[in-house]
Design a binder for this molecule. Structure first.
Ligand SMILES: [Zn+2]
Length: 472
């Protein structure tokens, strides 16, 4: 399989002289299609790389690559990790060759590898790159400076305590006050499946896998960085010269943490980026999720979101309970409604353009607000049970929502007490049977589900289930 040497002769002669100022030309179908640049940790497309030089430049490169081959090779084969050098065929077309050709490299034998195998090999190849070695050394320096950490080891096997066949080789490992730690240096390339597989291994081992990057710029993030960022509670850990020096000075392992901080912007959440150097032992470790962080972004954002939603829910009910039905809304009321509409629209929930526009919506809101208050709201009834009958009579598409509202706001017992004749009880069971049979009579109105789900979290799913029942 020597494409390198079987190019048809150009110009028909046995040899070719290239113009030194012309573009260098790669062979058409190189065995080694990609090389790992050891200095930067980047993967380069061989044909693009070769074609990017003038002939005279590439010849100089060729000499330099050859000279460094035995000491600190500039390029390696991503699939087998063997150093590679630049060769040329008799047509002065270029390609890369392994330093050692023993037929073991899948690129050489053209042995088909699965995409996963290729990724795994490339991942291991990155361990040979200079930035990777540099960051690894900085982690070791930082850990060894801190007496809390023992057994600091580089590239040693971590054998599974559960499965003798399972093992990993983390970049750095150590035993700390909170258990065993595995550190992996994350460089540029995407290996989400590697990230996922590793998390599972260390979770089972009761250890903690910590991803360390060499640098981070929140404004310029690769997808791979985002994979780490969003699986680590929006915190990115960096070890660099400055943090290593600080670890040594304080005799305590420090890391630089970049994280998102959620901030409230009206009824939305906005993020700001922050970065601090913090002691590693002060990070919160989540072994189940294989995460560790300085600021609990997910927790704070969820609490903020819940607070915003709680306020919005309360505002809608306050509006509805305070509104005077059957009167022309004045300017203040119209403005308040417009504000609510816009906030709900921001959540993908459409409210009618005016509160009284849609009698079905009015009935629904009357029902929900009445159930919440335990008294009729929006209709001039005396008892909550009358609201139920009214909805069942005139707005059957909302009676299931009303029934769930009674449970949600814990007013079912109140209605039961008001149900002296037992009429509601009989009615309720007839409605339930009809819904169970999938009949259309009381089927919930799909358009009302988003707002119901918002004001009574968890109820939307139950109503959806009823809605999807179809008569046999
Ligand atoms: Zn190879």
């Amino acid at each position: 399989m020597e494409d390198q040497d079987t190019q048809p002769p150009e110009g028909g002669s046995g040899n070719v002289t290239r113009d030194p100022l012309s573009r260098a030309v790669p062979v058409d179908n190189p065995e080694i299609g990609e090389i790992l640049a050891c200095e930067t940790g980047a993967y380069l497309d061989v044909r693009n790389w070769i074609g990017g030089w003038r002939y005279e430049q590439l010849i100089a490169q060729r000499v330099d690559i050859r000279e460094k081959l035995d000491g600190a090779p500039r390029f390696r084969c991503p699939l087998c990790g063997v150093a590679v050098y630049l060769a040329s065929n008799r047509h002065k077309r270029f390609y890369f060759k392994h330093q050692v050709e023993d037929g073991s490299c899948p690129a050489q034998t053209r042995h088909p590898l699965s995409a996963e195998e290729i990724l795994a090999r490339k991942y291991h190849g990155l361990r040979e790159s200079a930035p990777h070695r540099r960051i690894k050394a900085l982690i070791v320096r930082s850990l060894e400076a801190d007496p809390q950490y023992a057994s600091v080891q580089v590239e040693r096997q971590w054998r599974s305590a559960h499965d003798p066949a399972a093992r990993r080789r983390p970049d750095v490992q150590a035993a700390g006050p909170a258990g065993r730690l595995a550190f992996e240096v994350q460089l540029s390339t995407t290996f989400l499946h590697v990230v996922v597989a590793r998390r599972a291994f260390y979770r089972q081992e009761g250890g903690l896998l910590v991803w360390i990057m060499g640098g981070f710029d929140p404004a310029y993030r690769r997808l791979t960085t985002d994979d780490l960022l969003f699986t680590n509670n929006s915190n990115i850990l960096i070890v660099d010269e400055e943090t290593a020096a600080q670890s040594e000075a304080a005799r305590r392992f420090h890391v630089r943490c970049h994280f998102r901080r959620p901030e409230r912007d009206g009824d939305r959440i906005a993020d700001t980026w922050e970065s601090h150097i913090v002691p590693f032992d002060e990070l919160t470790a989540d072994r189940e999720g294989q995460r560790c962080w300085h600021l609990d972004y997910d927790g704070e954002a969820a609490a903020m979101r819940a607070a915003i939603e709680g306020e919005l829910r309360a505002a809608l009910f306050a509006f509805w309970i305070g509104r005077e039905p059957d009167t022309r809304p004045d300017k203040g009321v119209r403005r308040a409604w417009a504000g609510l509409r816009s906030s709900f629209a921001g959540r993908g929930i459409a409210l009618p353009s005016a509160p009284d526009d849609d009698s079905g919506f009015v009935a629904l809101m009357n029902g929900l607000a009445s159930a919440k208050e335990g008294r009729p709201v929006g209709w001039h009834f005396k008892h909550l049970i009358e609201v139920g009958h009214r909805i069942a009579d005139a707005y059957p598409q909302h009676v299931a929502a009303f029934g769930h509202a009674l449970l949600y706001f814990e007013k079912a017992a109140l209605v039961e007490r008001q149900d002296r004749s037992g009429k509601w009880k009989r009615r309720r069971s007839a409605i339930r049977d009809s819904l169970e049979r999938g009949e259309p009579d009381f089927r919930p109105d799909p358009d009302s589900l988003p707002v119901i789900g918002f004001v009574m979290p968890g109820v939307e799913e139950k109503l959806t289930k009823l809605m999807l029942k179809v008569a046999a």
